[in-house]
Structure formats: structure tokens, C-alpha cells
Design a protein around this ligand. Structure first.
Ligand SMILES: Cc1cc2nc3c(=O)[nH]c(=O)nc-3n(C[C@H](O)[C@H](O)[C@H](O)COP(=O)(O)OP(=O)(O)OC[C@H]3O[C@@H](n4cnc5c(N)ncnc54)[C@H](O)[C@@H]3O)c2cc1C
Length: 383
């Protein structure tokens, strides 16, 4: 057992009003929203990595709220009402990001987004048939007329091969997720939130004086440190089952790669293809591509953070075939991150025990969802 000094016990390890487990987007936004509700809250975030180690610094940085194909599929699966609810959450989340951080701070690039189709894509005719309906609903949320519009003329401009149609969304954008996490960390630390890293929460128990947390500390052998808090918030996304086994979460690995800088790269924007199974964007003059989970569903239902030859090869072939058919490129970086999916797409924002809450399952769109899910949990915890 670590021998803490009297001073340490009265400062770093003093009983807290709120402990948040996990310092990804959701943990960080939750700390911010809770502090905005009540600046006097004593809040500590416990993170097991040296930096957040899940999805928030390992994603593709799409600042998006749903491509036409995805929204149609969502409406069929979850019902129209919930689909629009989710779109509104995401759109408001993106506005919230820009309310707090300048474009320069997070490399926000208002580049516009596109969904790509082939003539054979089963969802192409459906998207065309439903564009007016989608645009009516989106106008209510965004205020924009005719947000989704066909842009087939840009296919040759981008240099694509094998795509027949594009639908454009001028409100979609890209950002640098690592910088957004850094900016959030700085903001909440400035408000007095303590962030301790290298501490894994193993279990928690309610006692008469509060909730006690058992931890393992990466730098210490044997028993970890104990923490006490009045309220506990799990923001552990894909890893939540380890602390709360009955949660409806399936971990999903997402693999990504990025090319070397390419002279005169024609591709500019954020792009979705094949119901979102492929996503790509330019990052300056590099091309980032992720996805292909549908090539190995079972293998990718994992929280093992590594890349595999199979998926990486499919991704490289996709670039050669469709995106840079006449350009020599090399891959400079490959990585993976872990998302949380479940039997439905809505985030789980609720109480799961006596003074214990969770805000998890961002279903692969946490950049946009996290600020609003965090607002909802802050209201619940403050009530
Ligand atoms: C490859 C990929 C591409 C993506 N692309 C996009 C995109 O373009 N746009 C978009 O909106 N979304 C995207 N996403 C999804 C988005 O990144 C996630 O929805 C979002 O980051 C989830 O944030 P989170 O805070 O809930 O989870 P995470 O970022 O996973 O944070 C959870 C944290 O909890 C910590 N933790 C877990 N268990 C414990 C424990 N017991 N003790 C202490 N700490 C613990 C983890 O270390 C982790 O840091 C993508 C995801 C991936 C993987």
C-alpha cells in the first residue's frame, strides 16, 4: 500500500464531490459542464493512460452530424423521432465546441463534407428519393435550406475513380482531436478540476461517508490508491463493462492510416462511403483514411488497441483503387482506437446506482455528441 503523506491526503487525495473516471471527450466535457453549473464542486478525473487512451485522441476528427445514407439507415432502425433527436444533439454539440474554442486552437477546417456512391450502391436511389425530406428536417435544426445537394461534378475535380455520385453537406468540417482534448484539459484545469493520470479504477463501493474507489496505479506495484467521493461518473465508453458489467456496450475497433504529404492533393473535405464503413479526409496535404470494419466484424469487436494486416491492406487498396489511382504515396502512420456501440445508437446518460452515473456509448460520433451528453449528465447530477 502506498504511504501517503499528511499533505498529500489533504490535497491531491482529499475527498471529492465528484470523481469522473476517464478523460476522453466525455469525461472532459462533463467536468466542464459540471463546473459551469457549480464552480464550487471539487472534481477529480482519474485516467488510466498517461493521456486519454480510448477513442478521443485516435479518431478521424470529422466534425459531422450524419451523412444522408446514415440518417436514412438510422431512421429505419431507431425511428424518425430518435434519429432527429440524435442529429440535433450532434449539431448542437458542434456549436458548443466552437463556442468554447477558436478555430485556430483546434485546427477547425470548414471544408464541407460529402457522401460518395457508386451506381450500384443500394442506398443511392434511396438518398435521392429522400433528399427533400432530409433537407426539411435539417432546416429545422440548422436553419440551412437544401443542406444536402448532389455534387457529381466534383468527382473529377477530386480525382476519384469508381465513384459515380456525391452528395455534399457544406456544414461538415474537420478538426484536430488531439488539440481539442488538450484545449479541454487546459480549460478545466484552469477552472480547478484535478486530472490524475496513470490511475485505473478497479472497483467502487458505496459507504456511509461516500463512494470508495479501489485503483491500480501504473507506477506503483501492489495495491493502488483509495479515493472517496460523494458522486461518481463513469465516462469510460467502450471499457465500461469492466466497472459495470450489465451495460449495453459492444467495443468496436476502428483502424486508421495517413499518407505522406502529397503535392497538389486534390481531395479536400470530409468523405463517407459505403454506409460510413469508409471515411476519409485531407489533413493539410495528407490523406487520412479509416474504416473497413465490415471486412472483419467479429475480429473488430474488441478493445485491443492494435492494427491488423487484413484491415490495413484493405484500406491501402481502397486508396489505390478509388482515391489516388494515379499517385504514388506512402503510409506514414497507422493506428487504432476503440469505439462503443450497442443494441441502439443513443448515448447512455443515466444513474446506475446510488450516486453513481454514467455517460457512455457515443457510437462512433463522440466529437459532436460529447458536449451535449455531458450537459445532460451535469443536469442529472446537479438535480
Ligand atoms: C478510429 C476512430 C475514428 C473515429 N472518428 C470519429 C470522427 O471522425 N468523428 C466523431 O465524432 N467521432 C469519431 N470517433 C468516435 C469518437 O472518437 C468517440 O465517440 C469519442 O472519442 C468517445 O469519447 P469518450 O470520452 O466517450 O471515450 P474515450 O475517448 O474512449 O475515453 C474513455 C477513457 O476512459 C479511460 N478509462 C477506461 N476505463 C478506465 C478505468 N477503469 N480507470 C481509468 N480510466 C479508464 C480510457 O483510458 C479512456 O481514456 C472515432 C472513433 C475511432 C476509434
Amino acid at each position: 500500500m502506498v504511504q501517503l503523506s499528511f499533505w498529500e491526503k489533504e490535497s491531491f487525495f482529499a475527498p471529492q464531490d465528484i470523481i469522473i473516471v476517464g478523460s476522453g471527450f466525455v469525461g472532459l466535457w462533463s467536468a466542464l459542464q459540471l463546473k459551469l453549473k457549480n464552480p464550487a464542486y471539487k472534481i477529480t478525473i482519474l485516467e488510466r493512460g498517461i493521456i486519454p487512451t480510448g477513442a478521443s485522441t485516435r479518431n478521424a476528427g470529422f466534425s459531422c452530424f450524419g451523412s444522408p445514407g446514415e440518417l436514412i439507415a438510422d431512421a429505419a432502425e431507431m425511428g424518425e423521432e430518435k434519429m432527429w433527436q440524435l442529429v440535433e444533439m450532434r449539431y448542437k454539440g458542434l456549436l458548443e465546441i466552437r463556442k468554447h474554442f477558436s478555430d485556430e486552437t483546434i485546427d477547425y477546417d470548414a471544408c464541407g463534407g460529402y457522401e460518395c456512391f457508386t451506381d450500384q450502391s443500394s442506398d443511392w436511389s434511396d438518398c435521392i428519393a429522400k433528399t427533400d425530406w432530409l433537407n426539411e428536417g435539417l432546416k429545422v435544426i440548422t436553419g440551412e435550406e437544401n443542406l444536402f445537394k448532389t455534387a457529381d461534378e466534383k468527382i473529377s475535380h477530386f480525382g476519384f475513380k469508381g465513384f459515380d455520385h456525391l452528395i455534399e453537406n457544406k456544414l461538415e468540417a474537420g478538426l484536430q482531436p488531439g488539440k481539442l482534448v488538450q484545449a479541454l484539459l487546459q480549460k478545466i484545469q484552469g477552472l480547478g478540476v484535478q486530472v490524475l493520470t496513470g490511475i485505473e479504477v478497479k472497483s467502487y463501493q458505496n459507504h456511509y461517508h461516500g463512494i470508495e474507489l479501489e485503483t491500480a496505479v501504473s507506477s506503483v506495484k501492489g495495491e493502488g490508491l483509495k479515493f472517496t467521493t460523494q458522486q461518481l461518473l463513469l465516462c469510460t465508453n467502450a471499457f465500461t463493462k469492466q466497472l459495470f458489467s450489465s451495460i449495453d456496450i459492444i467495443p468496436n475497433r476502428g483502424q486508421v492510416l495517413i499518407t505522406n504529404p502529397i503535392d497538389n492533393l486534390k481531395i479536400k473535405g470530409t468523405f463517407h462511403f459505403d454506409k460510413g464503413y469508409y471515411y476519409f479526409r485531407n489533413v493539410g496535404n495528407r490523406l487520412l483514411l479509416g474504416g473497413a470494419r465490415n471486412k472483419a466484424f467479429e475480429m473488430e469487436n474488441t478493445n485491443e488497441m492494435q492494427t491488423t494486416g487484413l484491415i490495413q491492406e484493405v484500406l491501402e487498396q481502397f486508396i489505390q483503387q478509388h482515391l489516388l489511382p494515379a499517385t504514388t504515396f506512402t503510409i506514414t502512420d497507422r493506428w487504432s482506437g476503440i469505439m462503443a456501440m450497442g443494441t441502439e445508437k443513443m448515448p447512455i446518460v443515466k444513474s446506475i446506482g446510488n450516486n453513481v452515473f454514467c455517460c457512455v456509448r457515443m457510437s462512433g460520433m463522440g466529437v459532436a455528441l460529447a458536449p451535449i451528453a455531458a450537459m445532460e449528465i451535469a443536469v442529472l447530477m446537479n438535480s
